[in-house]
Write a protein that binds this ligand. Structure first.
Ligand code: CUA
Length: 339
């Protein structure tokens, strides 16, 4: 491999593996389900093929020893068939319930210790940590912590895949998906793009570096990012003029955003919607999609004006606003003026 075309390949997981390394609890649980399904399918396959072979041989033309007095067309008993079908139905409904539980678990997950942004771009993974630290094609995380990922794309459809975590998410521009994992073993694990996304799709590789707590803290300190996502978001919020309408003393009436996250919002259409991350993102990029009840649809769209990183920063800032926070800030300002 010459350097020009050599992809960025972490030196990890060498050797022959029948299945990828299991670096999360979820990976082990998913493998149990997988092997149980393969096992059940194998039993049924052997049963069907075995009976075909057995009957084919026993009732072959000219076998005088075979008893042909009780042919299917003359039988009225079907207890065996019903029993076998019922047993299979129960078994596979059991698999369905088992798989559904794991599937839902892979989306909901426990309360996360931190949220890390993952942005797909032709042809790299851009990572943004809550304290503002950024990296490319590598995600450093502490071991035994629940890490939540916010995954989005800046251009085309990519797919985020870490086999050792059994974790995969389609990365679709204009949407924001979440995923979570809790790595149980320190080490480096490969990260792939598993959606054909252009000429250098095959080079869109990275690694997840799982570190011991102490090592992770040391790594974070070495990065020295300076500005958290929320404070970077606040600057953008002001620079793009959002604060002019949404904050304090403006003449334009726009809904106040403090305490917005997680609240139910009444819409002009009469619907009520939960203000989650997707709602905040939509409101920035497609303000006409959900008009808050009692307000005019006058906000311009910011689509194309903000990079994916900036959108995530602003969303993080708006999420961080506690109820009444802006009132407190404007009181502080007024006190400053009166002095
Ligand atoms: Cu990105 Cu393939």
């Amino acid at each position: 491999m010459n350097d020009e075309v050599a992809p960025y390949l972490p030196e990890v997981e060498k050797g022959l593996h029948l299945i990828p390394t299991q670096a999360t609890e979820h990976a082990g649980q998913l493998d149990h389900l997988y092997f149980a399904l393969v096992g059940a399918s194998a039993i049924i396959l052997l049963m069907v093929v075995g009976l075909i072979a057995f009957f084919g041989f026993r009732y072959r033309a000219g076998n005088k020893a075979a008893d042909r007095s009780n042919l299917p067309s003359t039988r009225t008993e079907n207890r065996v068939e019903i029993a076998v079908l019922a047993a299979m139905l129960v078994a596979f409904m059991g698999f369905f319930a088992w798989a559904t539980t794991l599937y839902l678990d892979s989306y909901r997950g426990p309360e996360p210790a931190m949220t890390i942004d993952v942005i797909g771009k032709q042809w790299m993974w851009k990572i943004q940590h809550p304290d503002g630290t950024r990296e490319i094609n590598a995600i450093h995380v502490p071991v035994d912590e629940v890490i939540r990922l916010r995954v989005t794309s800046q251009d085309v459809i990519h797919s985020f895949f870490v086999p050792a975590f059994r974790l995969k998410r389609d990365v679709v521009p204009g949407t924001e998906k979440t995923a979570w994992f809790k790595a149980t073993e320190p080490g480096e694990y490969r990260l792939f793009c598993t959606e054909y996304c252009g000429s250098f799709h095959s080079r869109m590789l990275g690694k997840v570096v799982v570190m011991e707590r102490g090592d992770y803290q040391a790594w974070l300190t070495r990065q020295g990012s300076g500005q958290t996502l929320a404070s970077a978001g606040k600057q953008l919020f002001q620079a793009h003029g959002c604060s002019g309408c949404h904050m304090g003393k403006s003449n334009v009436r726009a809904p106040s955003l403090d305490g917005l996250y997680g609240r139910s919002v009444a819409l002009d259409s009469g619907e009520v919607i939960l203000a989650d991350e997707a709602y905040i993102r939509d409101s920035i990029l497609q303000p006409d999609k959900h008009i808050a009840a009692g307000y005019e649809p006058i906000m311009p769209s910011f689509a194309g004006q903000l990079s994916e990183e900036d959108i995530l920063r602003i969303v993080t800032y708006i999420k961080s606003l506690q109820p009444g926070e802006w009132v407190k800030e404007s009181v502080k300002e007024n006190e400053g003026e009166s002095r």
